[in-house]
Design a protein around this ligand. Structure first.
Ligand code: GLY
Length: 362
């Protein structure tokens, strides 16, 4: 078992990482709260795989479990679904000490987290992430949100969980495509904040891509340690936490320009990292030697091809609309060396256009 303690503004929470660790959910939750009512939020696919065992582990320790299910996919992160969860929480009599448990990937975590942050002005949130991306990123750090028709995550908050329980065995049922999307976020930590981890990834990427459970467990733990370091330094994203958005500027624009249908989030981020490396070389922020090493690992994971009809102009239009844009400038996180990054405002449209074209293959 590996345990990482994350200091949030008002409390410290445990992130527990253990293959087979789902067995400890009811017990670990008892360490926080006396057993009472709880609402388990999941999506229908994840619930079909793991719902029964998770409910059993909770009931065995005295928890009374209600279940709320949403359809898999980004569309579930809506205010309509949040309202349904409030209705259910009220109907089932959940009170201020009743934890909401999010069992699923980033969508379920964000939605359940948003409801936990707002129901009765906040009830305890427990994350049980089941995808690699949610295990290494969205379950830690407290970002919770639902989408608005005009954009992703426009309505949300920073609301840290009281417990994150990560069972890497869940990763064994992921598709190769989902695994690769998660590995993009794992590699992100090596590039922006952890040189030794990058070295380790160079040695082990091949085995990670083959679902090696022992190595995946270590990769998750190293990623969570890196994420914890960043969010402890800047929980409310005043500045430093923005480095976690490496690959996300162009990544978000690619997702938006393809109506969230073509790319998984991690796939779009991986493409965005290619573009950011291109910008970093052209702006002489990054040496060609370090860029070459980063490029090799990005290629090893493999980039999802852009749709043939996607134009650089369409992506740049979305970049301009991005909520992170300020005063006409677009901010990019660029690697400086392997293990460190800088945030740069770029207004040179041609430079950005060239970087976008590197991922469109045009
Ligand atoms: N996913 C980026 C962050 O948590 O800040």
């Amino acid at each position: 078992m590996q345990e990482i303690n994350v200091k949030a503004a008002n409390f410290t929470y445990r992130v527990v990482i253990e293959p087979g660790g789902i067995a400890r959910l009811g017990r670990d939750l008892r360490l926080l709260l006396p057993p009472a009512k709880t609402l388990l939020v999941s999506d229908t696919s994840v619930y079909e795989l793991y719902g029964e065992i998770v409910e059993k582990k909770l009931r065995d320790e005295g928890w009374q479990v209600s279940v709320a299910l949403v359809k898999p996919g980004e569309k579930a992160k809506s205010l309509v679904n949040a309202a349904r969860l409030y209705d259910q929480a009220i109907r089932d009599g959940l009170d201020r000490n009743s934890p909401l448990i999010a069992l699923g990937g980033g969508v379920v975590g964000d939605l359940a987290g948003f409801v936990a942050a707002t129901y009765l002005r906040g009830v305890p949130l427990v994350m049980v992430p089941t995808t690699l991306l949610s295990q290494v990123d969205s379950s830690v750090g407290g970002k919770v949100a639902v989408n608005h028709p005009r954009g992703k995550n426009l309505i949300g908050s920073i609301y840290p969980p009281r417990l994150v329980l990560i069972d890497p065995v869940f990763l064994m049922t992921l598709s190769k495509r989902q695994l690769k999307a998660g590995l993009a976020e794992v590699l992100k930590y090596g590039i922006i904040s952890d040189y030794q981890f990058f070295d380790w990834l160079e040695l082990n990427m091949d085995q990670l891509l083959r679902f090696n459970l022992v190595l995946l467990t270590d990769a998750v733990a190293a990623s969570v340690r890196n994420k914890a370091k960043v969010v402890e330094a800047d929980e409310y994203e005043k500045d430093y936490r923005r480095i976690l958005n490496f690959g996300h500027t162009i990544g978000h624009a690619l997702e938006a320009a393809t109506a969230y249908r073509h790319y998984l989030h991690g796939e779009a981020v991986l493409s965005g990292m290619y573009a950011a490396v291109d910008l970093a070389i052209k702006m002489k922020v990054l040496s060609t030697e370090d860029a070459g090493r980063i490029d090799r690992l990005l290629r090893q994971i493999g980039r999802r091809k852009a749709p043939a009809d996607l134009t650089a102009e369409a992506v740049i239009d979305k970049l301009r609309q991005d909520k992170k844009r300020l005063a006409g400038e677009i901010f990019f996180v660029l690697p400086k060396t392997i293990g460190s990054a800088t945030i740069v405002a770029i207004s040179d449209r041609d430079l950005i256009c060239e970087a976008v074209k590197t991922v469109l293959g045009k």
